[in-house]
Design a protein. Structure first.
Length: 333
């Protein structure tokens, strides 16, 4: 049980996914004091999904002092897959959350806990968390990218999330760098997501292995000899062990990301660029190379002055992001 000072308050960050919900109790310094994960029931209607959210919140709010109960909780922030309306707090129609269609999630949660509730997508929220407490602390204009199964981005301008006119801005993963490229899941061709996300890295490795069957690679050993079983994680493991084919796969990925990041610099010229997500650790050895490539990918003569940094929160980005959404009353970054 956490014993809190009389004037201390916390926020709860909630990370909603298609199969799980993670919730955490977060203090003013952005430290996650306690967290829990429970299954998300997304197939049985809105009430079942809502019950899972309540269970996750209750599991961490119970860690505050019994004497003051939720009196110490000043707000709740929720990261949910989109499409959503962050201004109205409504989950619109996310493909992997069929239980919610035009569901007023923020209002429903606020009615139960009687505290302000904020809702946003995970990349926007993670960008704010990194600005407030993480790698972007001290900067007011931040570009954040999460590279994993997809590529999500968040933009913080003057210390606040940039949502655009309707809340749909910052879909940087769907900026195309090749109009003749492969078709992305969004319907466009050549999006950076379809070219440089985790699945894209795995596809590129599988193609190289199939095209050069006589070329030895530890990637295939990690996949027990099955090309179809190759994952981006295996590519990263093989690269760390000095595998030449894995190095060529990642080199091509870096070339694509450098071109895309050069476009971001030309459009936004942020003070700092932060890279998170499951693929970020694998790409971290290439950060200096990306910065060295930027003069050839950007018209900005001072592009190399912009730091390119790894994110701080890692797997807890959703919890920290949710907490950051509800921490704005505490202080500005």
């Amino acid at each position: 049980m956490l014993q809190a000072a009389a004037q201390e308050s916390f926020v709860i960050g909630v990370d909603v996914g298609g199969t799980k919900i993670a919730a955490g109790l977060v203090d003013r310094a952005g430290k996650i004091l306690h967290q829990n994960r429970i299954p998300m029931v997304s197939q049985n209607g809105a009430a079942s999904g809502m019950a899972a959210v309540i269970s996750a919140i209750d599991s961490v709010s119970a860690k505050t002092s019994r004497d003051t109960a939720l009196g110490l909780i000043s707000g709740i922030g929720i990261c949910s897959p989109g499409p959503l309306d962050p201004n109205a707090g409504i989950v619109i129609n996310p493909p992997n959350l069929p239980c919610w269609r035009n569901f007023p999630l923020a209002a429903e949660v606020s009615q139960i806990y009687r505290v302000p509730v904020k809702l946003d997508n995970d990349a926007n929220a993670a960008a704010l968390a990194e600005t407030l407490w993480g790698a972007g602390r001290g900067y007011r204009n931040v570009f954040f990218v999460c590279i994993g199964t997809g590529i999500g981005t968040g933009i913080v301008l003057d210390g606040r999330i940039y949502h655009g006119r309707t809340g749909a801005a910052a879909e940087g993963g769907h900026l195309s760098i090749d109009y003749r490229g492969p078709r992305c899941g969004c319907g466009k061709r050549g999006c950076i997501e379809v070219l440089a996300s985790g699945p894209a890295i795995a596809r590129r490795a599988r193609a190289k292995l199939a095209a050069e069957p006589a070329r030895g690679s530890s990637i295939l050993d990690l996949a027990d000899g099955h090309i179809d079983a190759v994952t981006s994680e295996m590519v990263g493991q093989a690269y760390a062990a000095g595998d030449a084919l894995a190095a060529s796969v990642l080199q091509e990925t870096i070339e694509l990301l450098s071109l895309w990041i050069g476009n971001i610099v030309d459009l936004l010229e942020p003070e700092v660029m932060i890279v998170g997500g499951g693929v970020a650790t694998m790409l971290r050895p290439f950060f200096d190379e990306i910065r060295n490539r930027l003069p050839g990918c950007s018209v900005n003569s001072r592009c190399q002055e912009i730091p390119l940094l790894p994110a701080c929160y890692g797997a807890d980005a959703g919890i920290a992001g949710g907490a950051a959404l509800s921490s704005q009353g505490w202080a500005t970054p």
